[in-house]
Design a protein around this ligand. Structure first.
Ligand code: ASP
Ligand code: MG
Length: 424
């Protein structure tokens, strides 16, 4: 009878997931500051699960140690080593929370468990069992401090990590599993901006951005969130905030909400401008204009796990040969050139040209769906400034241009003001 009464009186509190990245937990002092942010939310009435990254620089150090140990290493042992950074911060934060009078315990990926597939080093999440955490919420209201970035591969019982930047994905996945009211991602910036404020000081912080736009921004070079975390938030409709851990914990500002498009009342045509300097351009001259050639070029690249981005193929002038241009990430440039060179006879081209000093500038906005001529305006503005466009791609909610890297800043500024994004 008594037990029943207690159960009834403790109706579940709303749940919140808070995630803190490397710079937010860079040292014990910063971790104490994080504890204050957590305390504020516990006092506001939430059951809180906190997902932490490793201290900034730690994962790089661990990766370097692995490579020093052996250039050809066992991926499972790599995961054992690199997952340790998050174990440290989860324990430290639990201690800091206890020190300010909150109940808290740490959870490693294998303890929840967060189950992954077998792709060690960049594992995907299969499922998260949140029952242990929910039980601990119900029994003693303890804050769950979860080591991000890691899980367990259930078939072998080995530790697996989710790929660099993976604790964002852990956080969103935990929020979905616990049915949290929202997921707050704390970082060293106070939200998502219309573009990189280091390039355009007049960039504005967005109050809201649609999942799809954020997905494009993240894929196109805005490094606020891991792309996979945005995908996951979109699929599970997890309302996700990007906010700053450097704010005063007592008066923290809400940051940027990433949410469903329908939640955004007045949608501008262009929401943001992204850029990436990690691009390289490859051109094959005088390729035979016949069926199967594109496959001969792009299949071996796919087999080598090289992600091809922009592809431009001209209409043949003489009906015999044409040119194919495409871009790959800079990091894959040498490998891609090698793949194409090795297949010269199979593909049949005259000349192979590569350019590494290129950048991709993109404009993103769900408003583009319903507006014509958005990209055309940009081509004109860039031409007026003497910026030559090497390649163009468009999709429903974005367009990208490839230009010489030296013009990156000018192009970003030009498009930012062209679409009315400059702050007054
Ligand atoms: N510590 C991991 C990394 O540096 C995961 C993360 O921070 O999201 O990639
Ligand atoms: Mg990160």
């Amino acid at each position: 009878m008594l037990a029943k009464a207690t159960m009834q009186s403790s109706s579940p509190r709303p749940r919140l997931v808070m995630k803190f990245g490397g710079t937010s937990v860079a040292n014990v002092e910063r971790i104490k500051n994080v504890a204050q942010h957590v305390k504020r939310e516990v006092e506001a009435g939430y059951d809180v699960a906190v997902v932490v990254s490793a201290m900034s620089g730690k994962t790089n150090e661990l990766v370097a140690w692995v490579k020093e140990a052996s250039p050809l290493y066992d991926q499972r042992e790599y995961d054992t080593v690199v997952a340790s950074g998050e174990q440290v911060t989860s324990g430290l934060l639990a201690i800091c929370l206890q020190a300010i009078g909150l109940k808290a315990r740490s959870w490693q990926g294998w303890q929840m468990p967060l189950r992954t597939d077998t792709q060690h080093g960049s594992a995907r999440i299969g499922e998260i069992d949140g029952s242990g955490i929910l039980k601990s919420f119900a029994e003693d209201g303890a804050v769950a401090v979860i080591a991000g970035f890691q899980g367990i591969e259930p078939k072998t019982g080995r530790i697996a990590t989710l790929g660099r930047g993976g604790s964002d994905t852990s956080a969103v996945a935990v929020a979905a599993a616990l049915k949290a009211e929202r997921c707050d991602i704390y970082t060293d910036v106070d939200g998502v901006y219309t573009t990189d404020p280091r390039i355009v000081p007049k960039a504005k912080r967005l109050d809201k951005v649609a999942f799809e736009e954020m997905l494009e921004m993240a894929s196109l070079g805005a490094k606020v969130l891991q792309v996979r975390s945005v995908e996951l938030a979109m699929v599970h409709n997890v309302r996700t905030y990007v906010r700053s851990s450097f704010d005063n914990p007592a008066q923290s500002s809400p940051g940027t909400l990433i949410c469903a498009e329908e939640e955004i009342m007045e949608q501008p045509v262009v929401t943001g401008i992204a850029y990436s300097k990690d691009e390289a351009q490859i051109t094959l001259r005088q390729v035979a204009d016949k069926p199967g050639v594109a496959a001969a070029v792009f299949e071996p690249l796919a087999d080598a796990s090289i992600v091809v981005d922009m592809i431009v193929q001209n209409v043949s002038a003489d009906g015999k040969t044409t040119d194919i241009t495409f871009t790959v990430p800079s990091a894959d440039y040498a490998r891609a050139m090698d793949v194409i060179e090795k297949r010269k006879d199979e593909i049949g081209y005259e000349l192979l040209q590569g350019v590494q000093d290129v950048a991709k500038i993109s404009a993103i906005g769900v408003g583009m769906r319903s507006h014509a001529g958005v990209a055309a305006k940009a081509f004109k503005a860039l031409a007026d400034r003497g910026i030559n466009i090497r390649a163009i791609t468009t999709s429903e909610i974005k367009f990208s241009v490839l230009i010489d890297v030296a013009y990156t800043e000018l192009a970003v500024r030009t498009l930012h003001s062209l679409y009315g994004l400059d702050a007054a």
